[in-house]
Structure formats: C-alpha cells, structure tokens
Ligand binder design. Structure first.
Ligand code: ZN
Length: 339
C-alpha cells in the first residue's frame, strides 16, 4: 500500500483565540486546505504552516513519518483538547485512531473528505510524547499513519484547606454511597451510546464569573484529594442553566458531592456535566437541544454557595469545558453533517 495514497493533509487546530493553526501537507497534489475560512496558508515544499499572532508552532517538527522525514508531533497542555483535521482523497474513507490505549473517533464534515478527530489530554495526564496511530480504510485498502501527541504540564495551582475532620472523614454509609455513585458514573462514561449528536458550536451553560478553578490540585488537612475536574461559574440561586449542546441526558439525579446533577452525552465519547443544581428540569433519556434550559443554579451537594460546576469528559479525559467553546468544536463549518 502506498503510504500517501489516501491522506492529503493533516492539521492541528488549537484555540482560535491563540490564532494558532498548523497544517501539514503530506501530498502536494491538492493544495493544503484546513477547512477554516479566513486563514492564510503558506506552502513551503510539501509542508504548509499557518502560525498566528502568537508566533508559536504547535506541531514541531512539522514533518510526517512515512515520507522519509520525522513524524508530526501535536502538543497539548493538560486539560486541553487537540483537534486533528485530516483531508483524505477518497470520500468513502473511514478513519479511526488510538492514543495511549484509547480510541480516537473521527467524524466527517459535509464534504466527506475532511475528517476530524478529537483527543482530550486529561488534567492529570502523564507528561510526554506517545504515538497517535491513525488507520484509514477505503476501497483501495487500509493504511496506517503514526503521529505523536505530546502532553505538557499545565502547572495547575495548588489549594490547601484546613477543615474540621468530621467534615472530611466520611462515615461508612456515606462512603458506600459515594463509591456506588462513582461506579455508576464510570459505567456511563464507558458506554457512550450515540454517534455525534451535535451539529453546531458549544455554548456556555450560563453567563457568570468564571472562577478559574479547573485543574486545581487540592489538599485538605494535608491529604491529597481529587483535583477540581470542572470550572465553577458564579451565578445567583435559581439562574437558568442551559445545555451546552445537543445530546442525550444520561444522568439526572442527586449525588452526595455534586448534589442535583445532570450529565449529557453528546456522542463520540464527549460528555458535559452540570452540578449543584437547585432544580433538574429534564429526565434521564431525554434528548436536549443546544441552549435548552435543563436546570436551575443551586448549592446542593458539597457547595459553599450557589454556583454551577460545569465539567466535560472526552473519552474519559477530564478536560476544561471552556475548551469546547474556545476551539469552536463543530462550528467553523456551516454545514456540518452529523453522523
Ligand atoms: Zn466545582
């Protein structure tokens, strides 16, 4: 199989706010296209690179394995999402990927030759570089490409709290409940059931001051606790919370730590979570549209006051939910086709 038979270009798109886009043309028959309007593409031999105002280069070195040069390395800070855009030559090509033993699902855009894969770097992801293996299958056959994703330290702040022991040590019954709830969540994350449910950009669940607490490492009474897995948004009691995007409600129940909690499955292993609600206005199994009011802000569970804890998971990686908005996931193409 000729290695460059199917793959035309590969790109990494990062936060538009960083104006940072890299794109590698493996095959020069088609000019490098990243599918994003308004971008300037510089063609340098077979390598096309777009570097924005930051002047940084996300893929370094920008070269592809299989054509006699070093492999492409995509870089992600802990908690970030990497979006990989492939341009394939055959409309019937299907693409799958694996990174660190996790499937990386790809979906096609409306032109059927642009494939997008999303990889989440967990907030506690091990640092360093590991291979991203991408398999492309078309009537011509199957070929595999190897790239790399390098995870960089986010240096999340450390929070040390001192609390009375009776507020920290859980009794046996509560510990049992907490473990049962955690097990249930794990089973939901392990069984994403739907194909991609969204066709438009993600939106914030409400307007409010963002605490910047995502990823914070917590120590209570000197004991290391779970890091803060979402972002806290200040809002008054009773403020409306909207679904960040279309999906299926997989959890709408009260839990010990997170209080009244809603979890939406957007497909392709992507979930968003809404915690500490005062009211839940949807039921498990409901399909909700982007912007639908799903609940009201509260302080149920372990919360010091009314706020929304908004979280996101991408194939089990705990990622910053605002990455979904910053990256404009699914929105930069006006006619995205859901699979
Ligand atoms: Zn929180």
């Amino acid at each position: 199989m000729v290695l460059d038979g199917m793959l035309n270009t590969i790109c990494q798109r990062r936060s538009p706010s960083l104006e940072l886009l890299t794109c590698l043309s493996v095959r020069s028959a088609v000019p490098a296209q990243c599918g994003f309007a308004g971008r300037t593409v510089l063609n340098i031999l077979h390598v096309a690179v777009v570097v924005g105002a930051s002047g940084l280069c996300a893929a370094s070195p920008l070269l592809a394995e299989g054509v006699g040069v070093a492999p492409t390395v995509f870089r992600a800070t802990q908690g970030e999402i990497v979006e990989i855009v492939l341009s394939v030559s055959d409309r019937s090509t299907t693409v799958t990927g694996t990174w660190r033993g996790t499937n990386v699902p790809f979906f096609s855009l409306s032109d059927s030759t642009t494939m997008v894969g999303l990889v989440g770097a967990d907030l506690a992801s091990k640092l360093g570089k590991d291979a991203l293996n991408v398999t492309m299958t078309s009537p011509q056959g199957t070929e595999t490409r190897r790239f790399f994703i390098e995870v960089v330290d986010a240096s999340f702040p450390v929070q040390r709290l001192t609390l009375p022991n009776n507020m920290v040590d859980l009794d046996v019954a509560i510990l049992k409940r907490v473990r049962k709830e955690a097990k249930h969540l794990r089973s939901i994350f392990a069984h994403t059931r739907v194909p991609r449910a969204w066709t438009d950009s993600f939106v914030a669940p409400l307007d409010g001051k963002i605490s910047g607490a995502f990823g914070r490492r917590r120590f209570i009474n000197g004991q290391k606790k779970n890091p803060h897995t979402g972002e806290d948004i200040s809002a008054p009691q009773g403020a409306q919370v909207q679904a960040s995007n279309r999906g299926i409600v997989r959890l709408a129940t009260e839990q010990f730590f997170s209080g009244k909690s809603i979890l939406i499955d957007h497909g392709l292993g992507l979930f968003t979570m809404y915690f500490h609600l005062s009211e839940m206005l949807v039921n498990e199994g409901d399909t909700v549209d982007r912007g639908a009011v799903i609940g009201l802000v509260g302080s149920t569970g372990r919360a010091t006051g009314p706020h929304l804890h908004w979280g996101a998971r991408l194939n089990n990686a705990r990622v910053d939910p605002y990455e979904l908005i910053r990256m404009n996931v699914g929105s930069s193409r006006t006619n995205v086709r859901a699979q």
